[in-house]
Design a protein around this ligand. Structure first.
Ligand code: SF4
Length: 294
């Protein structure tokens, strides 16, 4: 696991109430980081739903079912600001009293978005700064993007952190003060989906295991209302329910979640965690249900 993923995991885990719902605002992402299995998500999502964007009214209906003690993360499986109404969704979650965190590359954001965001308070605001084109689509870095980055740096948002994997894009080097930029080494596999020349996927974990970040309680809302297990479940292998239909508590009381808990405790059956870098084998007698409830 890289420092970047560890840092993201820590940011995600910092919510005192434990539970978080991450919002995937769009199906498909033009940023196309080479370590992100976008195509696999699209391949699995497309047969289920043609919804490219999470509708604002659908977002509000889903959020109305989520207790305010649950944090809301704008991250998920794509760049959140590829949705034109993302800032409005952030404001809505904030106004409801949720703890809100943001993970963005800024692609799709404009100056007005920055003005609206800078008056809010976030427990985390992580900017994934574009690199020199090694792992990200550097053609997105034009005049508009540079202006947004300038405004954001000047906005001085207290919780903001700028991180880059590898070398920062040359046009950004003079905009982001060196002391504000955290340089991390590439790269991790997203659940084993990555160019094997970059990193080898882990060996599957056998027997009982635990998730280091308790991410089975940090779930992901998709544009059609489905909720997947966690930020690593790009392929929708564990869909807990649908917030356009189900209550939030139902996500953790249904058959799918109960099977996940059983399999984390060692029962047979497919479990994404077995090939995930956040999984930790349990060597002594132990039970997920007792230990991992937040
Ligand atoms: S797949 Fe399992 S181990 Fe990996 S982050 Fe998700 S819940 Fe945790």
């Amino acid at each position: 696991m890289t420092a970047y993923h560890m840092m993201l995991q820590n940011s995600r885990a910092s919510h005192p109430g434990g539970r978080v719902l991450e919002i995937t605002t769009t199906a498909g992402c033009i940023v196309r980081c080479s370590y992100c299995p976008q195509d696999r998500f699209a391949d699995r999502q497309r047969p289920v739903s043609q919804a490219k964007h999470l509708g604002v009214q659908d977002f509000k209906r889903c959020l109305a079912r989520v207790p305010t003690a649950t944090g809301i993360g704008f991250a998920g499986y794509s760049e959140p600001w590829l949705h034109p109404a993302c800032t409005g969704m952030v404001e809505h979650a904030y106004a409801r009293g949720h703890d809100v965190r943001i993970f963005t590359t800024l692609v799709g954001m404009n100056g007005s978005d920055v003005r609206r965001l800078q008056v809010l308070q976030f427990s985390a605001f992580v900017v994934h700064v574009p690199d020199d084109g090694t792992y990200m689509n550097s053609r997105l870095i034009g005049k508009t993007y540079l202006n947004v980055m300038r405004r954001l740096v000047e906005a001085n948002i207290p919780s903001i952190r700028f991180v880059v994997l590898g070398n920062v894009h040359p046009d950004l080097a003079d905009i982001i003060p060196a002391k504000m930029l955290k340089r991390l080494r590439p790269l991790s596999s997203r659940r084993g989906h990555i160019d094997l020349n970059i990193i080898k996927p882990r060996q599957p974990v056998v027997g009982p295991l635990t998730c280091m970040g308790k991410q089975q309680y940090r779930n992901v809302l998709l544009p059609n209302g489905d909720v997947t297990l966690c930020c690593m479940d790009f392929e929708r292998r564990h869909v807990l329910g649908n917030l356009l239909r189900d209550e939030y508590e139902d996500l953790f009381e249904g058959r799918t979640f109960s099977e996940i808990v059983d399999r984390m405790n060692g029962t047979d059956g497919f479990l994404l965690c077995r090939i995930c870098e956040f999984a930790k084998p349990q060597t002594s007698e132990w039970c997920v249900g007792a230990d991992q409830q937040s």
